[in-house]
Design a protein around this ligand. Structure first.
Ligand SMILES: Nc1ncnc2c1ncn2[C@@H]1O[C@H](COP(=O)(O)OP(=O)(O)OP(=O)(O)O)[C@@H](O)[C@H]1O
Ligand code: SF4
Ligand SMILES: [Mg+2]
Length: 388
């Protein structure tokens, strides 16, 4: 894209001239117009219907690119991300702040804030509850997203207080979701469903919570309510973005237990986003490690924890506090993530890596398969090393 070249050109100077700012704005406007037109087009269902590569997966994300067109240039928040979520499995996404975990999940829900934020390319294949019906969410016109958002895929956010409306009771907000997903449902049936779900998420006095306002509940109760709300449409996939970060450790453990339990009850899958490796170890079957908008390693929880390969994943493991550590200081990965507007052409981790070789100044490393389920993008594991 032309505006990418412009930001590269300006990086050497470290500032943008007025002319360059105008050029970026013009290129952004053109690109946004094209993508908005695609997003709002009318399309027949066949145009966004597709096939799963593996029918045992519920979600397949392939080469997803989600960008933000800013005044300074293009932020490639999600840059060629690919991973699968198998049926009845929990997949954890880990990585430090700003690596693109939330933008990936918001892309799946088509909640990227436009016009600045846009899904530019790639596929998000979702295996619906209907036998053989698969949608490419990335190719769906935005007005078709009601087919899956909130029904087949729902999301639990980090801070329930910002997701609940303070002026309505919990009951009103839960019932409202039933009215949206099941048009024609009676008020009694909507209430019965809300009460059933409040019970399911372990709320002891559902009647009291039903008539309470959000501020009258504790943080843990509010998060349970959010989980109940996410379950109303009978989702097959729940995306939980840092669902326990705002809670203390005891409540955190209860909410994680609840999620694990629910996954089995709804016979679905969970995409769990967190920067807490402990939560991943406890909850996930598969792990996706992201760094600066890219997947740098993915595999089963066993592979990532017992045989981490990428120097960043190894660093993440080392920076986790342990009770038996001899040292009284925590390991930290030195350096910073590169500027997202001006990513280097080589490995994004190079400036922070202690295993760097001459090869690392070359092209960005390809994703290499090291076992049927384990993949890594690092020159230390190139094709020759595999053969050797
Ligand atoms: N509206 C926006 N405009 C510009 N850049 C954005 C916008 N929203 C997100 N980004 C950028 O996208 C990148 C990925 O952000 P994201 O929120 O996905 O990070 P994250 O991995 O979820 O981090 P955290 O752990 O802090 O939640 C960041 O570099 C961020 O600055
Ligand atoms: S490619 Fe090179 S710089 Fe990048 S993580 Fe691997 S060893 Fe380090
Ligand atoms: Mg986030």
């Amino acid at each position: 894209m032309k505006n990418e070249k412009q930001t590269e050109k300006t990086s050497a100077k470290g500032y943008l001239t007025g002319k360059e700012i105008r050029e970026i704005a013009k290129a952004n406007k053109r690109e946004i117009k094209r993508l908005e037109k695609y997003k709002n087009r009318k399309a027949k269902v066949e145009e966004f219907s597709t096939k799963m590569k593996n029918p045992d997966n519920i979600l397949e994300i392939e080469d997803l690119n989600t960008y933000f067109f800013t005044e300074q240039g293009v932020v490639k928040a999600v840059n060629g991300v690919s991973f699968d979520v198998p049926k009845n499995a929990t997949v954890g996404i880990v990585g430090e702040s700003g690596c693109g975990k939330s933008v990936t999940s918001m892309s799946v829900m088509r909640l990227i804030q436009g016009p600045q934020g846009q899904i530019c390319s790639g596929s998000i294949r979702f295996n619906t509850a209907e036998e053989g019906v698969v949608y490419d969410i990335a190719a769906m016109p935005i007005h078709e997203i009601h087919r899956i958002r909130g029904k087949q895929i729902s999301m639990i956010f980090q801070e329930p207080m910002t997701s609940l409306n303070p002026v309505f009771t919990i009951g009103q907000q839960l019932d409202e979701v039933s009215f949206i997903h099941s048009p024609g449902i009676s008020e009694e049936d909507a209430k019965a469903k809300s009460m059933e779900l409040l019970n399911l998420v372990g709320i002891a006095m559902p009647e009291r919570v039903y008539s309470a306002f959000p501020h009258e509940l504790s943080g843990g109760m509010r998060q349970r309510v959010m989980i109940a709300m996410a379950l109303i449409g009978n989702p097959r996939l729940i995306i939980a973005d840092e669902p326990t970060t705002a809670l203390d450790v005891t409540i955190q453990a209860q909410i994680l237990d609840l999620l694990r339990d629910l996954k089995n009850k709804i016979d679905g899958s969970i995409l769990l986003i967190t920067h807490d490796l402990g939560i991943i170890a406890e909850m996930a079957d598969y792990v996706v490690v992201m760094y600066a908008g890219r997947v740098i390693e993915k595999g089963t929880v066993d592979e990532i924890f017992h045989n981490p390969l990428h120097p960043y994943t190894i660093g993440l493991q080392k920076s986790k506090p342990t009770l038996d550590s001899a040292s009284d200081t925590l390991f930290n990965i030195p350096g910073n993530v590169p500027n997202p507007i001006n990513m280097p052409n080589h490995c994004y981790f190079k400036e922070r890596c202690d295993k760097c070789t001459a090869k690392c100044s070359g092209a960005y490393p390809d994703m290499i398969q090291v076992s049927p389920t384990h993949y890594v993008a690092c020159h230390l594991y190139g094709k020759e090393e595999q053969n050797g």
